[in-house]
Write a protein that binds this ligand. Structure first.
Ligand code: XUL
Length: 532
Protein backbone atom coordinates (compact mmCIF):
# COMPACT_ATOMS: atom_id res chain seq x y z
CA UNK A 1 0.00 0.00 0.00
CA UNK A 2 1.41 3.34 -0.96
CA UNK A 3 1.30 6.48 1.16
CA UNK A 4 -0.56 9.21 -0.70
CA UNK A 5 1.16 12.52 -1.28
CA UNK A 6 -0.46 15.81 -2.25
CA UNK A 7 -0.17 16.85 -5.89
CA UNK A 8 -0.76 20.08 -7.79
CA UNK A 9 -3.97 19.23 -9.65
CA UNK A 10 -6.14 18.92 -6.58
CA UNK A 11 -9.59 17.37 -6.59
CA UNK A 12 -12.51 17.33 -4.14
CA UNK A 13 -14.50 14.25 -3.22
CA UNK A 14 -18.24 14.49 -2.61
CA UNK A 15 -20.12 11.52 -1.16
CA UNK A 16 -23.77 10.82 -0.57
CA UNK A 17 -25.05 8.17 1.79
CA UNK A 18 -28.67 8.21 0.67
CA UNK A 19 -31.52 5.79 1.33
CA UNK A 20 -30.76 3.38 -1.49
CA UNK A 21 -27.07 3.84 -2.24
CA UNK A 22 -23.70 5.45 -1.57
CA UNK A 23 -22.67 7.80 -4.38
CA UNK A 24 -19.32 9.44 -5.01
CA UNK A 25 -18.29 12.26 -7.27
CA UNK A 26 -14.82 13.64 -7.87
CA UNK A 27 -14.57 17.24 -9.08
CA UNK A 28 -11.52 19.19 -10.18
CA UNK A 29 -10.36 22.60 -8.92
CA UNK A 30 -13.00 24.23 -11.17
CA UNK A 31 -15.68 21.97 -9.73
CA UNK A 32 -16.14 20.09 -13.00
CA UNK A 33 -17.03 16.45 -12.56
CA UNK A 34 -14.19 14.10 -13.45
CA UNK A 35 -15.53 10.84 -12.06
CA UNK A 36 -18.61 9.38 -10.45
CA UNK A 37 -19.67 6.00 -9.16
CA UNK A 38 -22.12 4.34 -6.79
CA UNK A 39 -22.90 1.24 -4.75
CA UNK A 40 -26.54 0.09 -4.48
CA UNK A 41 -27.46 -1.49 -1.14
CA UNK A 42 -30.17 -3.90 -2.39
CA UNK A 43 -28.19 -5.06 -5.41
CA UNK A 44 -24.56 -4.91 -4.28
CA UNK A 45 -25.01 -6.03 -0.67
CA UNK A 46 -27.83 -8.62 -0.94
CA UNK A 47 -26.66 -10.29 2.28
CA UNK A 48 -28.32 -7.47 4.29
CA UNK A 49 -31.71 -8.16 2.63
CA UNK A 50 -32.70 -4.52 2.37
CA UNK A 51 -35.60 -3.39 0.23
CA UNK A 52 -35.16 0.11 -1.13
CA UNK A 53 -32.07 0.33 1.10
CA UNK A 54 -33.94 -0.24 4.37
CA UNK A 55 -35.41 -2.97 6.54
CA UNK A 56 -39.06 -2.68 7.50
CA UNK A 57 -40.00 -4.51 10.70
CA UNK A 58 -42.29 -7.45 9.92
CA UNK A 59 -44.42 -7.03 13.04
CA UNK A 60 -44.64 -3.22 13.07
CA UNK A 61 -44.23 -1.65 9.64
CA UNK A 62 -43.78 1.81 11.14
CA UNK A 63 -40.34 0.66 12.31
CA UNK A 64 -37.72 1.18 9.60
CA UNK A 65 -34.02 0.61 10.24
CA UNK A 66 -30.64 -0.11 8.64
CA UNK A 67 -27.63 -1.90 10.14
CA UNK A 68 -24.91 0.80 10.13
CA UNK A 69 -22.36 -1.90 9.39
CA UNK A 70 -23.89 -2.25 5.93
CA UNK A 71 -23.13 1.41 5.26
CA UNK A 72 -19.53 0.78 6.38
CA UNK A 73 -19.10 -2.23 4.12
CA UNK A 74 -20.69 -0.39 1.19
CA UNK A 75 -18.30 2.53 1.70
CA UNK A 76 -15.32 0.23 1.33
CA UNK A 77 -16.82 -1.08 -1.91
CA UNK A 78 -17.38 2.48 -3.10
CA UNK A 79 -13.78 3.51 -2.46
CA UNK A 80 -12.54 0.35 -4.19
CA UNK A 81 -14.72 1.19 -7.19
CA UNK A 82 -13.22 4.69 -7.32
CA UNK A 83 -9.71 3.26 -7.33
CA UNK A 84 -10.51 0.59 -9.90
CA UNK A 85 -12.10 3.35 -11.99
CA UNK A 86 -8.69 5.06 -12.08
CA UNK A 87 -9.25 7.84 -9.54
CA UNK A 88 -6.02 8.94 -7.86
CA UNK A 89 -7.26 9.48 -4.31
CA UNK A 90 -3.94 11.09 -3.31
CA UNK A 91 -5.08 14.20 -5.21
CA UNK A 92 -8.19 14.70 -3.10
CA UNK A 93 -7.62 17.81 -1.00
CA UNK A 94 -10.92 17.66 0.88
CA UNK A 95 -13.91 15.36 1.35
CA UNK A 96 -17.41 16.26 2.32
CA UNK A 97 -20.60 14.29 2.22
CA UNK A 98 -24.32 14.36 2.32
CA UNK A 99 -26.57 11.76 3.90
CA UNK A 100 -30.22 10.93 4.42
CA UNK A 101 -31.40 13.17 7.23
CA UNK A 102 -32.62 12.33 10.76
CA UNK A 103 -31.27 8.73 11.05
CA UNK A 104 -29.13 8.02 14.11
CA UNK A 105 -26.11 5.83 14.78
CA UNK A 106 -25.42 4.72 18.35
CA UNK A 107 -21.71 4.12 18.95
CA UNK A 108 -20.90 1.71 21.79
CA UNK A 109 -18.49 2.52 24.64
CA UNK A 110 -14.92 2.25 23.36
CA UNK A 111 -15.87 2.78 19.70
CA UNK A 112 -13.86 5.97 19.32
CA UNK A 113 -10.73 4.21 20.49
CA UNK A 114 -11.35 1.62 17.79
CA UNK A 115 -11.82 4.37 15.17
CA UNK A 116 -8.49 5.87 16.24
CA UNK A 117 -6.56 2.62 16.02
CA UNK A 118 -7.76 0.93 12.83
CA UNK A 119 -5.48 -1.59 11.16
CA UNK A 120 -5.06 -0.72 7.46
CA UNK A 121 -4.55 -4.37 6.57
CA UNK A 122 -8.05 -5.34 7.65
CA UNK A 123 -11.53 -4.50 6.41
CA UNK A 124 -13.23 -1.57 8.12
CA UNK A 125 -16.53 -3.42 8.62
CA UNK A 126 -14.70 -6.27 10.36
CA UNK A 127 -13.03 -3.89 12.77
CA UNK A 128 -16.17 -1.87 13.51
CA UNK A 129 -18.41 -4.92 14.00
CA UNK A 130 -18.61 -4.50 17.79
CA UNK A 131 -18.80 -0.72 17.76
CA UNK A 132 -22.56 -0.11 17.75
CA UNK A 133 -24.73 -0.24 20.86
CA UNK A 134 -27.88 -0.26 18.70
CA UNK A 135 -27.37 -2.69 15.83
CA UNK A 136 -30.23 -1.39 13.70
CA UNK A 137 -30.15 2.37 13.18
CA UNK A 138 -33.54 4.07 12.90
CA UNK A 139 -33.78 5.99 9.61
CA UNK A 140 -35.94 8.82 8.26
CA UNK A 141 -38.67 6.42 7.07
CA UNK A 142 -39.36 5.30 10.64
CA UNK A 143 -42.74 6.48 11.90
CA UNK A 144 -42.87 4.66 15.24
CA UNK A 145 -42.26 7.50 17.72
CA UNK A 146 -45.62 9.25 17.93
CA UNK A 147 -45.68 8.78 21.72
CA UNK A 148 -42.22 10.32 22.13
CA UNK A 149 -43.20 13.22 19.83
CA UNK A 150 -46.18 14.12 22.01
CA UNK A 151 -44.04 13.76 25.17
CA UNK A 152 -41.43 16.13 23.76
CA UNK A 153 -44.00 18.72 22.69
CA UNK A 154 -45.66 18.58 26.06
CA UNK A 155 -42.37 18.91 27.93
CA UNK A 156 -41.42 22.14 26.14
CA UNK A 157 -44.85 23.76 26.36
CA UNK A 158 -46.50 22.71 23.11
CA UNK A 159 -45.86 22.03 19.45
CA UNK A 160 -45.56 25.71 18.50
CA UNK A 161 -42.99 26.35 21.24
CA UNK A 162 -40.95 23.40 20.00
CA UNK A 163 -41.18 24.73 16.43
CA UNK A 164 -40.11 28.20 17.55
CA UNK A 165 -36.98 26.73 19.20
CA UNK A 166 -35.98 23.91 16.85
CA UNK A 167 -37.69 24.90 13.58
CA UNK A 168 -40.18 22.01 13.63
CA UNK A 169 -43.00 20.48 15.60
CA UNK A 170 -42.08 17.00 16.78
CA UNK A 171 -41.91 14.63 13.81
CA UNK A 172 -41.66 10.85 14.11
CA UNK A 173 -38.47 10.56 12.07
CA UNK A 174 -36.65 13.38 13.87
CA UNK A 175 -33.69 12.28 15.92
CA UNK A 176 -34.77 13.60 19.36
CA UNK A 177 -37.94 11.45 19.50
CA UNK A 178 -35.94 8.53 18.04
CA UNK A 179 -33.32 8.83 20.78
CA UNK A 180 -36.08 9.08 23.39
CA UNK A 181 -37.53 5.82 22.07
CA UNK A 182 -34.16 4.06 22.31
CA UNK A 183 -33.72 5.36 25.86
CA UNK A 184 -37.22 4.19 26.86
CA UNK A 185 -37.22 0.81 25.13
CA UNK A 186 -33.53 -0.18 25.26
CA UNK A 187 -32.18 1.47 28.43
CA UNK A 188 -29.10 -0.78 28.60
CA UNK A 189 -28.14 -0.05 25.01
CA UNK A 190 -28.61 3.65 25.71
CA UNK A 191 -26.38 3.47 28.79
CA UNK A 192 -23.76 1.66 26.69
CA UNK A 193 -23.80 4.43 24.11
CA UNK A 194 -20.68 6.57 23.99
CA UNK A 195 -21.80 8.85 21.17
CA UNK A 196 -24.84 9.41 18.97
CA UNK A 197 -24.19 10.51 15.39
CA UNK A 198 -26.50 11.49 12.59
CA UNK A 199 -26.00 9.41 9.45
CA UNK A 200 -23.99 12.34 8.07
CA UNK A 201 -21.68 12.78 11.06
CA UNK A 202 -21.35 8.98 11.35
CA UNK A 203 -19.98 8.86 7.79
CA UNK A 204 -17.63 11.79 8.51
CA UNK A 205 -16.43 10.00 11.67
CA UNK A 206 -15.26 7.03 9.60
CA UNK A 207 -13.00 9.28 7.52
CA UNK A 208 -11.88 11.31 10.50
CA UNK A 209 -10.94 8.33 12.64
CA UNK A 210 -12.73 9.94 15.59
CA UNK A 211 -16.20 11.27 16.29
CA UNK A 212 -17.16 14.04 13.88
CA UNK A 213 -19.34 16.92 15.03
CA UNK A 214 -22.93 17.27 13.87
CA UNK A 215 -23.36 20.23 11.51
CA UNK A 216 -25.99 22.96 12.02
CA UNK A 217 -28.02 22.20 8.89
CA UNK A 218 -28.48 18.48 9.49
CA UNK A 219 -28.65 19.12 13.25
CA UNK A 220 -31.80 21.16 12.59
CA UNK A 221 -33.58 17.90 11.73
CA UNK A 222 -33.43 16.57 15.28
CA UNK A 223 -35.95 18.60 17.31
CA UNK A 224 -32.99 19.28 19.61
CA UNK A 225 -31.02 22.20 18.18
CA UNK A 226 -31.94 25.79 18.94
CA UNK A 227 -31.71 26.98 15.34
CA UNK A 228 -31.09 30.60 16.36
CA UNK A 229 -28.40 30.18 19.04
CA UNK A 230 -26.96 27.09 17.28
CA UNK A 231 -26.69 25.31 20.62
CA UNK A 232 -28.50 22.24 21.85
CA UNK A 233 -31.71 23.25 23.56
CA UNK A 234 -31.42 22.04 27.13
CA UNK A 235 -35.16 21.68 27.62
CA UNK A 236 -35.40 19.50 24.49
CA UNK A 237 -32.40 17.37 25.42
CA UNK A 238 -33.74 16.80 28.92
CA UNK A 239 -37.15 15.86 27.55
CA UNK A 240 -35.63 13.09 25.39
CA UNK A 241 -32.93 11.31 27.39
CA UNK A 242 -30.26 11.86 30.08
CA UNK A 243 -26.65 12.93 29.37
CA UNK A 244 -27.56 13.79 25.82
CA UNK A 245 -25.36 16.88 25.38
CA UNK A 246 -22.32 14.74 26.13
CA UNK A 247 -23.44 11.96 23.78
CA UNK A 248 -24.04 14.42 20.92
CA UNK A 249 -20.93 16.62 21.16
CA UNK A 250 -21.02 20.30 20.12
CA UNK A 251 -22.55 21.19 16.76
CA UNK A 252 -20.51 23.14 14.16
CA UNK A 253 -21.14 25.02 10.88
CA UNK A 254 -21.68 22.78 7.84
CA UNK A 255 -18.62 24.23 6.12
CA UNK A 256 -16.16 23.48 8.96
CA UNK A 257 -12.97 21.56 8.38
CA UNK A 258 -13.17 18.89 11.08
CA UNK A 259 -9.62 17.56 10.72
CA UNK A 260 -7.34 15.49 8.50
CA UNK A 261 -8.23 12.09 7.14
CA UNK A 262 -7.43 9.08 9.31
CA UNK A 263 -4.26 7.13 8.56
CA UNK A 264 -6.43 4.08 7.79
CA UNK A 265 -7.63 5.70 4.56
CA UNK A 266 -4.16 7.02 3.74
CA UNK A 267 -2.60 3.60 4.00
CA UNK A 268 -5.43 1.49 2.62
CA UNK A 269 -6.83 3.69 -0.17
CA UNK A 270 -3.93 6.03 -0.94
CA UNK A 271 -5.42 9.34 0.25
CA UNK A 272 -2.95 12.10 1.10
CA UNK A 273 -2.39 12.52 4.81
CA UNK A 274 -3.12 16.24 4.27
CA UNK A 275 -6.61 15.54 2.88
CA UNK A 276 -9.17 17.41 4.99
CA UNK A 277 -12.47 16.05 6.22
CA UNK A 278 -15.18 18.70 6.07
CA UNK A 279 -18.48 18.35 7.96
CA UNK A 280 -20.95 16.04 6.26
CA UNK A 281 -24.51 17.38 6.11
CA UNK A 282 -28.03 16.27 5.23
CA UNK A 283 -28.99 15.40 1.67
CA UNK A 284 -31.53 18.21 1.41
CA UNK A 285 -29.17 20.98 2.55
CA UNK A 286 -26.51 19.46 0.27
CA UNK A 287 -28.92 19.53 -2.70
CA UNK A 288 -29.50 23.19 -2.12
CA UNK A 289 -25.73 23.71 -2.34
CA UNK A 290 -25.45 21.54 -5.47
CA UNK A 291 -28.25 23.43 -7.23
CA UNK A 292 -26.87 26.80 -6.05
CA UNK A 293 -30.28 27.93 -4.88
CA UNK A 294 -30.84 31.67 -4.45
CA UNK A 295 -33.57 33.70 -2.78
CA UNK A 296 -36.84 33.27 -4.70
CA UNK A 297 -35.96 29.80 -6.01
CA UNK A 298 -37.81 26.69 -4.94
CA UNK A 299 -36.04 23.36 -5.20
CA UNK A 300 -38.10 20.25 -5.77
CA UNK A 301 -36.13 17.10 -5.21
CA UNK A 302 -37.89 14.05 -6.64
CA UNK A 303 -36.10 11.09 -5.09
CA UNK A 304 -36.91 8.34 -2.60
CA UNK A 305 -38.55 11.15 -0.68
CA UNK A 306 -39.91 14.17 -2.51
CA UNK A 307 -38.81 17.36 -0.84
CA UNK A 308 -39.41 21.04 -1.38
CA UNK A 309 -36.69 23.42 -0.21
CA UNK A 310 -36.61 27.20 -0.34
CA UNK A 311 -34.28 29.80 1.17
CA UNK A 312 -35.93 31.98 3.82
CA UNK A 313 -35.29 35.65 4.47
CA UNK A 314 -35.74 35.11 8.22
CA UNK A 315 -36.31 32.07 10.42
CA UNK A 316 -40.06 31.80 10.93
CA UNK A 317 -42.28 29.33 12.79
CA UNK A 318 -44.04 27.06 10.32
CA UNK A 319 -47.33 25.30 11.00
CA UNK A 320 -46.01 22.23 9.19
CA UNK A 321 -42.67 21.43 7.61
CA UNK A 322 -39.30 22.51 8.89
CA UNK A 323 -36.95 25.45 9.18
CA UNK A 324 -33.30 24.42 8.95
CA UNK A 325 -30.05 26.34 9.37
CA UNK A 326 -28.47 26.98 5.99
CA UNK A 327 -25.41 24.88 5.15
CA UNK A 328 -23.69 27.93 3.63
CA UNK A 329 -23.98 30.63 6.25
CA UNK A 330 -24.62 30.82 9.98
CA UNK A 331 -27.25 33.54 9.68
CA UNK A 332 -29.41 32.11 6.88
CA UNK A 333 -32.21 29.59 6.97
CA UNK A 334 -34.15 27.35 4.60
CA UNK A 335 -37.63 25.87 4.69
CA UNK A 336 -38.13 22.18 3.96
CA UNK A 337 -41.22 20.08 3.35
CA UNK A 338 -40.78 16.33 3.01
CA UNK A 339 -43.16 13.84 1.38
CA UNK A 340 -42.34 10.22 2.06
CA UNK A 341 -44.19 8.62 -0.87
CA UNK A 342 -41.93 9.75 -3.69
CA UNK A 343 -40.12 7.54 -6.16
CA UNK A 344 -41.09 4.21 -4.60
CA UNK A 345 -44.76 5.05 -5.09
CA UNK A 346 -44.11 6.24 -8.66
CA UNK A 347 -42.28 2.95 -9.26
CA UNK A 348 -45.22 0.98 -7.86
CA UNK A 349 -47.64 2.61 -10.32
CA UNK A 350 -45.07 2.21 -13.12
CA UNK A 351 -44.98 -1.50 -12.23
CA UNK A 352 -48.79 -1.83 -12.09
CA UNK A 353 -49.60 0.23 -15.18
CA UNK A 354 -46.54 0.62 -17.39
CA UNK A 355 -44.70 -2.72 -17.50
CA UNK A 356 -42.02 -1.20 -15.26
CA UNK A 357 -40.90 1.08 -18.11
CA UNK A 358 -40.56 4.87 -17.73
CA UNK A 359 -41.06 5.22 -21.48
CA UNK A 360 -44.51 3.60 -21.27
CA UNK A 361 -45.29 5.55 -18.08
CA UNK A 362 -44.54 8.81 -19.94
CA UNK A 363 -46.63 7.80 -22.97
CA UNK A 364 -49.59 7.06 -20.72
CA UNK A 365 -49.13 10.38 -18.93
CA UNK A 366 -48.91 12.30 -22.21
CA UNK A 367 -52.01 10.57 -23.60
CA UNK A 368 -54.30 12.07 -20.93
CA UNK A 369 -55.48 15.69 -20.68
CA UNK A 370 -54.61 18.15 -17.93
CA UNK A 371 -57.20 17.62 -15.20
CA UNK A 372 -57.53 13.90 -16.01
CA UNK A 373 -61.25 14.02 -17.04
CA UNK A 374 -62.06 15.10 -13.48
CA UNK A 375 -60.49 12.04 -11.83
CA UNK A 376 -58.17 12.56 -8.90
CA UNK A 377 -55.98 10.16 -6.92
CA UNK A 378 -53.78 10.25 -3.82
CA UNK A 379 -51.41 7.37 -3.22
CA UNK A 380 -49.61 6.69 0.04
CA UNK A 381 -47.81 3.34 0.13
CA UNK A 382 -46.42 4.15 3.56
CA UNK A 383 -47.47 6.50 6.34
CA UNK A 384 -47.09 9.97 4.79
CA UNK A 385 -45.57 12.85 6.72
CA UNK A 386 -47.62 15.69 5.23
CA UNK A 387 -50.50 14.82 5.42
CA UNK A 388 -50.32 12.08 8.07
CA UNK A 389 -52.29 9.48 6.02
CA UNK A 390 -51.81 6.06 4.47
CA UNK A 391 -53.47 4.13 1.60
CA UNK A 392 -54.82 4.80 -1.92
CA UNK A 393 -57.65 7.25 -2.51
CA UNK A 394 -59.28 7.52 -5.95
CA UNK A 395 -62.14 9.86 -6.75
CA UNK A 396 -64.08 10.07 -10.02
CA UNK A 397 -65.45 13.14 -11.76
CA UNK A 398 -68.56 13.07 -9.57
CA UNK A 399 -66.37 13.10 -6.45
CA UNK A 400 -67.26 9.51 -5.56
CA UNK A 401 -64.50 7.34 -4.10
CA UNK A 402 -63.76 4.41 -6.45
CA UNK A 403 -61.54 1.35 -6.16
CA UNK A 404 -60.01 1.70 -9.59
CA UNK A 405 -59.96 4.03 -12.55
CA UNK A 406 -61.18 3.21 -16.04
CA UNK A 407 -57.69 2.92 -17.53
CA UNK A 408 -54.00 2.73 -16.76
CA UNK A 409 -53.40 6.13 -18.32
CA UNK A 410 -55.90 7.68 -15.89
CA UNK A 411 -54.12 6.01 -12.95
CA UNK A 412 -50.72 7.30 -14.06
CA UNK A 413 -51.94 10.88 -14.47
CA UNK A 414 -53.88 10.71 -11.20
CA UNK A 415 -50.68 9.77 -9.38
CA UNK A 416 -48.50 12.49 -10.87
CA UNK A 417 -51.13 15.23 -10.65
CA UNK A 418 -52.08 14.19 -7.12
CA UNK A 419 -48.46 14.34 -5.96
CA UNK A 420 -47.91 17.86 -7.33
CA UNK A 421 -51.30 19.26 -6.37
CA UNK A 422 -50.60 18.12 -2.79
CA UNK A 423 -47.20 19.82 -2.85
CA UNK A 424 -48.69 23.06 -4.13
CA UNK A 425 -51.38 23.02 -1.44
CA UNK A 426 -48.91 22.42 1.38
CA UNK A 427 -46.41 24.96 0.09
CA UNK A 428 -49.19 27.53 -0.03
CA UNK A 429 -50.21 26.53 3.49
CA UNK A 430 -46.81 27.48 4.85
CA UNK A 431 -46.90 30.81 3.09
CA UNK A 432 -44.86 30.33 -0.08
CA UNK A 433 -46.08 32.13 -3.10
CA UNK A 434 -44.95 30.28 -6.21
CA UNK A 435 -45.60 32.78 -8.96
CA UNK A 436 -44.42 33.31 -12.52
CA UNK A 437 -41.17 34.90 -11.26
CA UNK A 438 -40.31 31.90 -9.10
CA UNK A 439 -37.81 29.49 -10.53
CA UNK A 440 -38.72 25.90 -9.71
CA UNK A 441 -35.53 23.88 -9.90
CA UNK A 442 -36.15 20.16 -10.21
CA UNK A 443 -33.66 17.51 -9.23
CA UNK A 444 -33.61 13.80 -8.30
CA UNK A 445 -34.42 10.73 -10.42
CA UNK A 446 -37.86 11.82 -11.67
CA UNK A 447 -36.49 15.18 -12.84
CA UNK A 448 -35.10 13.33 -15.86
CA UNK A 449 -38.65 12.63 -17.01
CA UNK A 450 -39.99 15.54 -19.13
CA UNK A 451 -43.60 14.30 -18.99
CA UNK A 452 -43.53 14.42 -15.19
CA UNK A 453 -41.87 17.86 -15.25
CA UNK A 454 -44.57 19.17 -17.59
CA UNK A 455 -47.24 18.26 -15.05
CA UNK A 456 -45.13 19.94 -12.35
CA UNK A 457 -44.87 23.09 -14.44
CA UNK A 458 -48.63 23.10 -15.13
CA UNK A 459 -49.71 22.44 -11.55
CA UNK A 460 -47.54 25.32 -10.28
CA UNK A 461 -48.18 27.41 -13.42
CA UNK A 462 -44.52 28.33 -13.56
CA UNK A 463 -41.44 27.33 -15.60
CA UNK A 464 -39.33 24.43 -14.39
CA UNK A 465 -35.54 24.35 -14.65
CA UNK A 466 -33.13 21.45 -14.39
CA UNK A 467 -29.40 21.00 -14.09
CA UNK A 468 -28.13 18.28 -16.36
CA UNK A 469 -25.82 15.62 -15.02
CA UNK A 470 -24.90 14.47 -11.59
CA UNK A 471 -27.21 14.20 -8.57
CA UNK A 472 -27.37 17.54 -6.77
CA UNK A 473 -26.77 16.23 -3.22
CA UNK A 474 -23.49 14.52 -4.01
CA UNK A 475 -22.41 17.48 -6.11
CA UNK A 476 -23.33 19.82 -3.26
CA UNK A 477 -21.09 17.79 -0.97
CA UNK A 478 -18.16 18.23 -3.38
CA UNK A 479 -18.83 22.00 -3.58
CA UNK A 480 -19.00 22.15 0.22
CA UNK A 481 -15.58 20.46 0.44
CA UNK A 482 -14.02 23.26 -1.62
CA UNK A 483 -16.04 26.03 0.03
CA UNK A 484 -14.92 24.90 3.49
CA UNK A 485 -11.26 25.30 2.50
CA UNK A 486 -11.79 28.71 0.91
CA UNK A 487 -14.72 30.41 2.67
CA UNK A 488 -12.50 32.89 4.49
CA UNK A 489 -11.29 34.41 1.23
CA UNK A 490 -14.15 33.73 -1.23
CA UNK A 491 -17.93 33.59 -1.08
CA UNK A 492 -19.80 30.50 -2.27
CA UNK A 493 -21.17 32.53 -5.19
CA UNK A 494 -17.62 33.48 -6.24
CA UNK A 495 -16.43 29.90 -6.02
CA UNK A 496 -19.29 28.64 -8.20
CA UNK A 497 -19.95 31.66 -10.46
CA UNK A 498 -18.39 30.08 -13.57
CA UNK A 499 -20.60 26.98 -13.43
CA UNK A 500 -23.49 26.64 -15.92
CA UNK A 501 -26.95 27.87 -14.91
CA UNK A 502 -29.98 25.58 -14.73
CA UNK A 503 -31.76 25.15 -18.07
CA UNK A 504 -35.43 25.68 -18.82
CA UNK A 505 -37.09 22.27 -19.11
CA UNK A 506 -40.82 23.03 -19.32
CA UNK A 507 -43.22 25.95 -19.36
CA UNK A 508 -46.86 25.82 -18.31
CA UNK A 509 -49.71 25.60 -20.81
CA UNK A 510 -52.10 28.57 -21.04
CA UNK A 511 -54.95 26.75 -19.32
CA UNK A 512 -52.83 25.38 -16.45
CA UNK A 513 -54.00 27.87 -13.84
CA UNK A 514 -57.68 27.33 -14.58
CA UNK A 515 -57.28 23.55 -14.46
CA UNK A 516 -55.17 23.18 -11.34
CA UNK A 517 -56.28 25.95 -8.98
CA UNK A 518 -59.69 24.24 -8.54
CA UNK A 519 -57.87 20.93 -8.09
CA UNK A 520 -55.91 22.37 -5.17
CA UNK A 521 -59.20 23.41 -3.56
CA UNK A 522 -60.61 19.95 -4.24
CA UNK A 523 -57.50 18.35 -2.71
CA UNK A 524 -58.04 20.29 0.52
CA UNK A 525 -61.66 19.11 0.69
CA UNK A 526 -60.67 15.48 0.01
CA UNK A 527 -57.98 15.66 2.65
CA UNK A 528 -60.40 16.92 5.24
CA UNK A 529 -62.67 14.00 4.43
CA UNK A 530 -59.81 11.45 4.64
CA UNK A 531 -58.41 12.81 7.87
CA UNK A 532 -61.85 12.92 9.49
C1 XUL B 1 -36.13 15.13 4.94
C2 XUL B 1 -36.22 13.65 4.89
C3 XUL B 1 -35.73 12.93 3.70
C4 XUL B 1 -34.39 12.31 3.98
C5 XUL B 1 -34.02 11.24 2.97
O1 XUL B 1 -36.71 15.69 6.05
O2 XUL B 1 -36.66 13.02 5.82
O3 XUL B 1 -35.67 13.75 2.58
O4 XUL B 1 -33.41 13.28 4.09
O5 XUL B 1 -33.58 11.65 1.81
Amino acid sequence: MKMGTPTKDATFLGLDLSTQQWKAVVVDEDLHVVHETQVQFDKDLPEYRTHGGVIRDTTDNRVVTVPPLMWVKALEMLLDKLRIGGVDLSKVSAISGSAQQHGSVFWAMGAELRLKSLDANRFLHEQLAGCFSVLQSPVWMDASTTTQCRQLEEAVGGAQVLASITGSHAYERFTGPQIAKVFQTKPTAYRNTERISLVSSFAASLFLGQYASIDYADGSGMNLLDIRSKEWSEVCLNACAPDLAQKLGDPVPSYSVQGSISSYFVERFGFSSTCKVVSFTGDNPASLVGMRLTQGDVLLSLGTSDTVIAPLVEPCTLSEGHVLCSPLSTDSYVALLCFKNGSLTRERIRHDCAEDEWQIFSELLDSTPRGNFGNMGLYYDVQEIIPFVNGDYRFNKAGIRVNRFSGKEVEVRALVEGQFVAKRAHIEDVGFVVGKCTRILATGGASNNRSILQVLSDVFNTPVFVMDGVNSAVLGAAYLAKFALQHLSQSFEEITSHLPCPELACSPYGDALSVYTPMVTRYRAILEEIVN
